[in-house]
Design a protein around this ligand. Structure first.
Ligand code: SAH
Length: 242
């Protein structure tokens, strides 16, 4: 399943430039909604619009709310973000990485909110406790804190990638190993016909790796099989060159 809705939630954002960049990112990665919990700046100022560039239309869609609780209404999964990872006993701060979140957890929910904290102090423990999971972007332990808009970029990018990859898996039938196997058998014959005997084993291994590693669709595998059949017939009708 895919998250049908990704809601970006920004708590107490303090910088207009950051807010502008985030509006742009929301457009870049097609976030469905942007909620601002008590922003510390005017969210539709000229400066915000300037930094939003062609994403300025997202500024008009900002929804300003009074509490995090309000911003998390109607979402199945709420994920907050932090650079700070807890010790063993501090379970509140046991995070998923942004990639684990995007690839393994978010797809199980129809609507997902990702919550980002203030530039100065991040999110409070009470705010983190209101979310279902904590997400972190692994970085240099000596300095893991990213600029707010940069952190938003990385998380939205991971969600975007996971959403588009899984969209492919949901809608397009993948090649099954039977169809890969029959294509491989044909190409193996072809290799035996046209490739030098010493090189053939290497080429066969490479072909196996390519066929099984690639996320081929069933249609692509069928086209490949067709081509392999034609090439094989052609090679069979040719006289050996030596
Ligand atoms: N001084 C604050 C820094 C906040 S940075 C603190 O110590 O928490 C602003 C926001 O950017 C954070 O609240 C978080 O939402 C996000 N952020 C910054 N670095 C991050 C990281 N490595 N992983 C996940 N989120 C991060």
């Amino acid at each position: 399943m895919l998250p049908e809705k990704v809601r970006l939630v920004l708590v107490g954002t303090e910088g207009e430039i950051n807010l502008g960049f985030i509006a742009r990112l929301a457009a870049n990665f097609a976030s469905d909604e942007v909620y601002l919990v008590k922003p510390a700046v005017d969210p539709s100022s000229e400066e915000v619009r300037r930094f939003a560039a062609h994403g300025a239309y997202m500024v008009d869609r900002f929804r300003v709310v009074e509490s995090l609780e309000e911003a998390l209404q109607d979402v199945e999964l709420a994920a907050c973000t932090s650079a700070r990872v807890g010790q063993r006993s501090d379970v509140l701060r046991h995070p998923l990485t942004a990639r684990e979140f995007a690839e393994e957890v978010a797809p199980r929910y129809r609507s997902v909110a990702v919550v980002f904290g203030r530039e100065s102090v991040g999110l409070t423990r009470e705010e983190i406790a209101q979310c279902h999971v904590l997400v972190t972007i692994p970085a240099n332990p000596d300095y893991p804190v990213l600029n707010l808009s940069h952190a938003v970029a990385i998380v939205l990018y991971e969600l975007w990638l996971a959403r588009s990859t899984q969209r492919g898996h949901v809608h397009v039938e993948a090649a099954n190993s039977e169809s890969l196997e029959r294509t491989y058998r044909l190409l193996e014959d072809l290799i035996d016909r046209v490739v030098d005997r010493e090189r053939a084993p290497q080429v066969k291994v490479a072909l196996r790796h390519i066929l099984w590693r690639c996320p081929l669709t069933a249609g692509e595998a069928a086209a490949f099989y067709h081509l392999a059949k034609k090439l094989n017939r052609l090679a069979a009708s040719c006289k050996p060159s030596s």
